[in-house]
Design a protein around this ligand. Structure first.
Ligand code: AMP
Ligand code: MG
Length: 323
């Protein structure tokens, strides 16, 4: 069994770095064209990939950002910020070459295990001080098998953030910066009026209108609806804090779903006893590299209501194909 502690540590460091960037941004210290997302994204990925390179050197990595883009597209001012923040976080002098090496560690590699990294998922939420997560999924033989998800905005009473993880088919939560580990399970609610449904805040990411039609077709008009950024939606299902997460692309959208937006979430939900499938109930296909193969949408649920939702989706797809 692999020891996730180095990844927990890296996610905590990344969350601290992101918070520092948010604070600088709020204080107006980002003038001069510094893009907070850029600085935090590269900084967070460097920390995660560095931990993988040190502790799991033979594993492959699929991560959102690349070293070449850091060199070519990031301004000198932003690079200096990333270097300063990483040096402070790690307590050592970090160079641009170190950052590029970490960012690209495991890139294009093939191995039995692949880490799938989204350094900041939900950038809109990050910027607006809503919800975002730092996510590391683990594919074993190209299937989601492990997850570490840092959710700084998770709505616990103390509001100090939550670290979720899944390993060997069991899902857990713990306070982001340390504390007691708790096993989590998807809820067993099935009564429509008691259900909590989640979808993206951003209309361009998923069609609010199509998902409303699905809710109606599935008889879920009375269920509560919350719009939420990021893979935190998966964590809410896994923790029993919601029952359904719908993600239907806008009709005719050509944009594929990227694996780093889903690998960790799927592993977490499955370990908690929930289900994550394509619109026809088939498993999501992580075998084709950076994008989910042949995907038409994503249905995530506590399991109990999955068949009912798939029926609703089928009705809507049939209507659309006749229109
Ligand atoms: P969410 O906060 O759940 O809406 O998801 C955020 C993620 O949506 C980002 O990490 C993007 O990779 C992804 N995304 C951005 N544009 C689109 C799009 N047009 N369709 C699907 N996903 C998108
Ligand atoms: Mg993302």
């Amino acid at each position: 069994m692999i020891d996730f502690q180095p990844i927990f540590q890296a996610v905590r460091q990344a969350a601290e770095l992101c918070r520092a960037v948010q604070e600088m941004h709020l204080a107006g210290g980002e003038k001069g064209g510094h893009e907070p997302v850029t600085v935090a994204d590269y900084g967070a990925q460097a920390l995660l990939c560095r931990a993988i390179s040190l502790h799991f050197p033979d594993d492959a990595v699929l991560a959102e950002e690349q070293g070449g883009q850091f060199v070519e597209l990031v301004s000198d001012g932003e690079k200096a910020q990333v270097i300063r923040l990483l040096s402070e976080t790690l307590g050592q002098r970090v160079t641009e070459a170190d950052i590029v090496r970490w960012l690209d560690h495991g890139y294009g590699g093939e191995a039995e295990r692949t880490w799938v990294i989204d350094p900041i998922d939900g950038t809109r939420g990050f910027l607006a001080l809503r919800n975002y997560v730092i996510a590391a999924g683990l594919l074993v033989d190209k299937r989601p098998a492990g997850a570490v998800i840092g959710a700084p905005g998770y709505p616990t009473p103390d509001r100090r953030g939550v670290l979720f993880h899944a390993q060997s088919g069991i899902a857990y939560m713990q306070p982001l910066y340390g504390g007691a580990l708790k096993r989590i399970r998807a809820s067993d609610r099935a009564e429509p009026a008691s259900l909590r449904v989640l979808e993206s805040v951003e209309k361009s990411h998923a069609s609010h209108e199509r998902m409303e039609r699905v809710r109606r077709a599935a008889g879920l008009e009375e269920s509560a609806l919350e719009r939420l950024d990021s893979m935190e939606k998966y964590a809410r299902i896994a923790a029993g804090d919601a029952e359904l997460y719908l993600r239907l692309p806008r009709l005719f959208s050509k944009r594929p779903h990227m694996v780093w937006d889903h690998a960790a979430g799927v592993a977490l939900v499955q370990a908690a006893g929930g289900l994550a499938t394509d619109v026809d109930g088939s498993p999501l296909d992580f075998t084709q590299g950076r994008t989910l193969a042949n995907n038409r949408g994503i249905i995530v649920s506590n399991g109990r209501i999955h068949a009912r939702v798939l029926e609703g989706v089928a009705k809507v797809l049939a209507e659309e194909s006749q229109a």
